[in-house]
Design a protein. Structure first.
Length: 460
């Protein structure tokens, strides 16, 4: 097989979808016997909505979720008033999605899994990785049941405690964001409306929040506990927390569906590639959940890596293209770690900074700007939406191909629109399969050389 993906979370499933639509033979393996059952990463940022639009799952994701409700602040059983969760970002033609969606992680994974299967992809559950070896031709991954699989490349998408990362001996440096223990759980609760994210906070910073999960009858409970407290993940323990911090009684928690505890940490793997093994998602970077960046950054990892693996595996680009995955994604993940830590500590507001629409790769070796005085969109920028001759750009971008704006294409397999929108400024723009401008110039001169080294030649 071409690629073995370890982990069937949002990262592994997204990568599986992207590879499947490219005709890459990939297998996702998952230690658990089923998909993750909890709501943990519930925020789908606007940039991720654009990715999901391209991958063919946005309609299902939007149907499963809704915008975040306002927070309702409580004190001593009294409502103190509403506060918006996010600063509003106004939609515009270039960014049609600006509002985060709330979708329980288990539901997001169901949607991604269904799309993967629809495209002919596979997930093997109950496959716990115990070791791996790699050589010049591929990777052999060993499992707890004594079996093994051989692939040309492997991707570790197996979470913060990644067995693959530990096997490779890749370090992960970081810091504790908050010394207090946290608890998250999916519960059924009576006595609260489902129009608000209910927040109950004490003067010492401890407290409980209960957020209605869109598309379900559940609430996600989040609790910040006093330092030194051992979280009790049982139904009685959750009931005790709710009774202690809210005006509800213990009996108002009628069901516990899932629970987990954690200490917020920000950590970054020392490297994202070791030979034929690449790290993605939480295996490569760990975030505080504040601001909803972790799952979204992980999806961006997969989206960046998918087209590069496809180009290398099909012989359309040199293997060195895979080095640009770490080059682009590691600095991006480091920036997101700083952002989530800032949100957690109240130093950064949720809004323009957290929607991920401003992220790009301007310093990447894949971002080639040949104009001497570029105005508007530049190489490395996210390619905004627009309409050209009645064609919506996001419709033109959708699919595994590259797109050329402003010239007829000298490259087979690249979709071309003869004009670039005025919002881009003057120039010719080659848009990568992941929606970023890879090359920009005054004319198409030099484009063929860039296309050959990046896999745009005969792309698709």
């Amino acid at each position: 097989m071409d690629v073995l993906i370890v982990g069937a979370g949002p990262t592994g499933l997204t990568l599986g979808i992207d590879l499947a639509r490219r005709g890459v033979d990939a297998l996702v393996v998952e230690r658990a016997e089923a998909l993750f059952p909890g709501s943990r990463g519930k925020g789908i940022q606007p940039r991720t909505q654009e990715v999901f639009d391209d991958l063919g799952v946005l309609e299902a994701i939007r149907a499963a979720g809704r915008p975040y409700p306002a927070r309702m602040l409580w004190k001593d059983g009294r409502r103190l008033g509403e506060r918006p969760m996010f600063d509003r970002v106004e939609p515009e033609e270039g960014a049609p999605y600006t509002e985060p969606l709330m979708v329980a992680q288990w539901r997001t994974q169901e949607v991604l899994y269904a799309r993967l299967v629809e495209l002919g992809g596979r997930v093997a559950f109950g496959r716990e990785v115990t070791g791996l070896e790699q050589d010049a031709d591929g990777v052999t991954v060993r499992f707890a049941d004594g079996t093994s699989e051989r692939a040309r490349y492997a991707v570790a998408a197996d979470g913060g405690r990644s067995a693959v990362r530990r096997t490779l001996g890749i370090g992960m440096a970081g810091e504790t964001v908050d010394p207090a223990p946290f608890l998250v759980a999916d519960v059924r609760v009576r006595g609260l409306d489902r129009d608000h994210w209910h927040t109950f906070t004490e003067d010492d910073g401890t407290g409980v929040a209960l957020c209605p999960l869109a598309g379900t009858e559940d609430f996600q409970l989040q609790a910040r506990l006093a330092e030194g407290t051992r979280p009790d993940l049982s139904l009685d323990g959750i009931r005790g927390l709710v009774a202690a911090y809210t005006h509800l009684g213990a009996e108002d928690v009628t069901e516990l569906r899932w629970a987990s505890d954690f200490r917020p940490r920000a950590a970054l793997a020392d490297r994202f590639r070791d030979g034929r093994v690449l790290l993605a998602g939480d295996a490569a970077h760990l975030h505080s959940p504040a601001g909803g960046q972790g799952l979204n950054t992980s999806v961006q990892d997969a989206y960046n890596l998918g087209w590069k693996l496809g180009a290398v595996l099909r012989g359309r680009a040199p293997e060195a293209l895979l080095d640009t995955y770490e080059e682009e994604r590691r600095p991006n993940a480091a920036a997101m770690l700083g952002l989530t830590t800032g949100v957690h500590r109240g130093e950064v507001r949720r809004g323009q900074a957290t929607v991920q629409l401003g992220l790009g790769y301007p310093r990447s070796s894949l971002s080639v700007e040949t104009r001497t005085a570029p105005a508007g969109v530049r190489a490395g920028d996210r390619a905004p939406d627009a309409t050209v001759d009645g064609v919506r750009l996001f419709d033109a971008f959708r699919g595994p191909h590259w797109t050329l704006l402003g010239a007829t294409s000298p490259v087979t397999g690249v979709r071309a629109l003869p004009a670039a929108p005025p919002s881009y400024g003057p120039g010719v723009f080659l848009v990568r399969p992941d929606g970023y401008v890879g090359w920009a110039g005054g004319t198409a001169e030099g484009l063929a050389e860039y296309a050959a080294r990046t896999g745009a030649l005969h792309a698709g």
